[in-house]
Design a protein around this ligand. Sequence first.
Ligand SMILES: NC(=O)c1ccc[n+]([C@@H]2O[C@H](COP(=O)([O-])OP(=O)(O)OC[C@H]3O[C@@H](n4cnc5c(N)ncnc54)[C@H](OP(=O)(O)O)[C@@H]3O)[C@@H](O)[C@H]2O)c1
Length: 255
Amino acid sequence: MTSRLEGRTALVTGSTGGIGVAIARVLAAEGAHVLVSGRDTARGEKVAAGLAEAGGRATFLRADLTTGAAVRELAGAAEHAADGALDILVNNAALLSAPKPTGELSDEEIDALLAVNIKAPMLLTGLLAPGMAARGSGAIVNLGSINGLDGMAGSALYSTTKAAVHSLTKSWAAEYGPAGVRVNTIAPGPTLTERFADSAPIRELVATVPSRRASAPEEIAGAVLFLVSDDALNIHGTTLSVDGGYSAVRSVRTA
Ligand SMILES: NC(=O)c1ccc[n+]([C@@H]2O[C@H](COP(=O)([O-])OP(=O)(O)OC[C@H]3O[C@@H](n4cnc5c(N)ncnc54)[C@H](OP(=O)(O)O)[C@@H]3O)[C@@H](O)[C@H]2O)c1
């Protein structure tokens, strides 16, 4: 364990699985008290216990971010767990939808993705950033996506929610930056979580990018750590792509 985040408390939404677990591990290993969150209590408690066993400090806060009431409850619980001084917020939780023609999207799917991927981070940030601003420091990282940068057939809904996250980052940098709160986005490319096990479509996609491989969740987590750490103290409102070069060469790829 090193101690770049000693004495700080970090809420990581969606840290019961996938990339969020890796983010929680990296922040805890740097000394942060990590507030693990998600809907699944069994997985959340297991992640928190694993962090503690590794010598870190972690608390599981269950939340289903589908409703505004639940988001407000999570914000209150996080402030309480942080003794009124939350330092870091990672808006990582999201619903990832399978590719589908726009006309086949149901009202329920549209409402769910807009609620979890846009409304929840918007409410959570609006509830927690003012406290950081009042204390003169804080760091927020939003998880965007390469899908939020480009048009992709079958991905209109999910991509729109991620483009909104990129936009929110810039607005929040303008809104909270002057008070010392830094807001940035990580835009991952294909990342090999348990959900995205190595598959033919992923292999085809990564064969076209400079690194010729997908990211490991730990590589996304390392970029989050950089952005919340004091190494990034004058970085505000940026989108950091962690995609093996995907976004850098996309015009060549689609030519
Ligand atoms: N994996 C990739 O290739 C990739 C690429 C680009 C961007 N991203 C972005 O990276 C982030 C993490 O993605 P991932 O691949 O790790 O996703 P994942 O494996 O599906 O994990 C999503 C996390 O969000 C939580 N979550 C989902 N719905 C929720 C809800 N209604 N309320 C509270 N928590 C909820 C899940 O926990 P529970 O099930 O316990 O609720 C889980 O911990 C997302 O923002 C995603 O858009 C991922």
